[in-house]
Design a protein around this ligand. Structure first.
Ligand SMILES: [Fe+2]
Length: 480
């Protein structure tokens, strides 16, 4: 296994192990821990991500197409138990049978000519491969999420799949985000669905903390819907940023191409900030000529008369293509994500931007329970030590969004995943807590769960996993 010893001309490929399938499902009562986990750190880190990239001899094409695997790190008294399990779905079962029968993000089922003609006017059945995120569901269950409007419930202790849950209401929709928010004031779960139609619309809804009933908050018409992987929320608003990576809804229904390949980069459209009032469902928008793309919002809040919208931005949508597995494994250069702030003045109809810090930042996190939708200073994420995209995301980053100062954690040949900040009980400072990340050690061919001190951003402990965990997307810590 090569490590990060490439010269300037040689692509780094040590991280390719992070895009190799992991077939084994294990249960380990106690992982070897070095260092000392804080006594107060007690609970479960649940993570989701793709772990199976082939179906027999066919290969899934894109990082986002891999079949979902759940990982659970249970932390108590300085000890860490671990288990991992595939999320059971029809898509996983057919992949195990050597077939791709369901439409993924960038891979469609391979059909015979006859079947293709027969189904020409009907999209492939979407996959229940919910590999993107997890959210607590109430009743001691969790849901695994993806970008189609359904959830796969699972037991957070055993990781056993319970089943697909849908909604018995009229909100419908074809696409959603795996990044719902909790409204800061009410605890409502807020998300949107995109409904493709002659007049497509984003339908923003909320769900009370105590029930499964959804209430439509607003419908926002759009002629050319954008690919919006996440959105932001403040104490009073929902903020959708419609990047100019857009789809023609009718072409989408007829093209026969995989989902994301129907989207086109149209920078001449600029970017639209759509702001919905949480109280009254009012809709206002500001369009800027600046064209950019982002998967992830960092945070958003009201500052004076302006709306602050922080995102991990790219100059265009090329990053979506850079995540095709063949490109990733070959070490092709990656687009570099920049932490950017947009200050949106709804009355003046303007949006001004500046960069928050020099360090690249992706897979961002904050002290969510305390700071989501509110003024904040600390953002955590993964970044690139080289700032040039020659290597994959290879360091953890903490930035102060006020003064742009940053701290990093880096170890040669190691590739960390999304950091999850866990506040210490009765924390006084925003960064008083622990930062947890699952890191691939490419030289050792294994992963470990790393704990950093939130304030100093230095290692306090690590727990070694007996196998390499493929690069995942998102997770949650639930305190006990
Ligand atoms: Fe995401």
């Amino acid at each position: 296994m090569s490590t990060r010893t490439h010269s300037d001309d040689t692509p780094a490929t040590g991280f390719a192990r992070g895009f190799a399938s992991l077939e084994s499902e294990v249960e380990v009562a106690e992982l070897p821990v070095t260092g000392e986990l804080p006594e107060w750190l007690s609970g479960e880190l649940l993570r989701n991500g793709p772990a199976k990239f082939e179906a027999g001899r066919r290969r899934f094409r894109h990082w986002f197409d891999g079949q979902a695997m759940l990982h659970r790190f249970a932390i108590a008294d300085g000890r860490v138990a671990y288990r991992n399990r595939f999320l059971d779905s029809p898509a996983l079962r057919s992949a195990r049978d050597g077939r791709i029968r369901y439409a993924e993000f960038a891979t469609d089922p391979c059909r015979s000519l006859f079947a293709r003609l027969f189904t020409r006017f009907r999209r492939s059945e979407p996959s229940a491969n919910a590999c993107v995120n997890v959210v607590p569901n109430g009743d001691d269950t969790y849901a695994a999420l993806t970008e189609i409007p359904m959830a796969v419930d699972f037991d957070p202790h055993t990781l056993e799949t319970i089943g697909i849950s849908g909604y018995d209401d009229s909100i419908g929709g074809n696409v959603t985000t795996a990044h719902p928010h909790q409204a800061p004031r009410t605890g409502d779960l807020v998300n949107y669905v995109l409904r493709f139609s002659r007049q497509s619309e984003y339908r923003i809804y909320r769900q009370r903390p105590d029930g499964r009933t959804r209430e439509l908050l607003a419908s926002v018409p759009t002629d050319q819907p954008g690919y919006l992987h996440s959105f932001a929320i403040t104490e009073d608003h929902v903020v959708l940023v419609e990047f100019p990576f857009v789809v023609n809804p009718l072409a989408f229904l007829l093209s026969g191409k995989p989902f994301i390949e129907n989207y086109r980069w149209r920078p001449e459209l600029g970017t639209r900030f759509i702001v919905i009032g949480l109280d009254d469902g009012s809709v206002r928008s500001v369009r800027t000529e600046e064209a950019f793309f982002a998967f992830h919002h960092i945070n958003s809040y009201v500052d004076g008369g302006e709306l602050v919208v922080d995102v991990c931005a790219y100059p265009d949508s090329g990053v979506v293509d850079s995540f095709y597995l063949d490109r990733l494994r070959s070490g092709a250069r990656m687009p570099v994500p920049a932490p950017m702030r947009y200050r949106v003045d709804l009355d003046a109809g303007t949006a001004r931007s500046h960069r928050l810090a020099e360090e690249p930042l992706e897979l961002p996190g904050i002290s969510y329970g305390h700071r989501n939708g509110r003024p904040y200073r600390c953002a955590y994420g993964v970044g690139m030590r080289g700032h040039d995209g020659r290597d994959f995301l290879d360091q953890l980053v903490k930035i102060d969004v006020e003064d742009g100062r940053s701290s990093t954690w880096y170890e040669g040949g190691c590739y960390p995943g999304e950091p999850v900040f866990v506040p210490a009980p009765e924390a006084e400072a925003e960064d008083d807590g622990a930062v947890l990340s699952v890191v691939l050690d490419s030289a050792a061919g294994r992963s470990f769960m790393l704990a950093l001190d939130g304030r100093s951003f230095t290692e306090i402990a690590r727990a070694e996993v007996p196998h390499a965990i493929p690069f995942g997307f998102h997770g949650q810590f639930s305190s006990r």
